[in-house]
Unconditional design. Sequence first.
Length: 144
Amino acid sequence: MMKEFPSRQWKRSTLNDLIKRIDETGSADRKRGTGRHRSVRTPDNIAVIDELISSQEGQPGSSKSPREISRETGISRRSVQRIVKHDFQLKALRRREVHLLSDADKLKRLTASKRLLRRLTKAKLTPTWFSDEKVFSVQTPTNS
């Protein structure tokens, strides 16, 4: 095999392992149960965690930590964190710092967004949306 397919650059030990597996099992497939474990991030588990989070929205001081959700559902804490991190609708559980805008900041943001709207064409404007969640600037950053 090594002489017949030199471009593959197989090692002798790899071919020996493959031949041994074919002799033992009759197939070159991997054994059942080997490899990486399946994810716990199934639609059912996502729905359960989404329901737990949405049931606590609007109730001040009642947000549950991933550890508490883990105890209630039986899903590991790390899996709960992964589900919350990767699912767009479940990011409400993540803690964020929020800043307050002064009147001057609001005026600055309004003028910057109007300036940006003048620069955008209708085709570029359609997928664009504005939010009050972050401070942004139309000016490009410069390194002094």
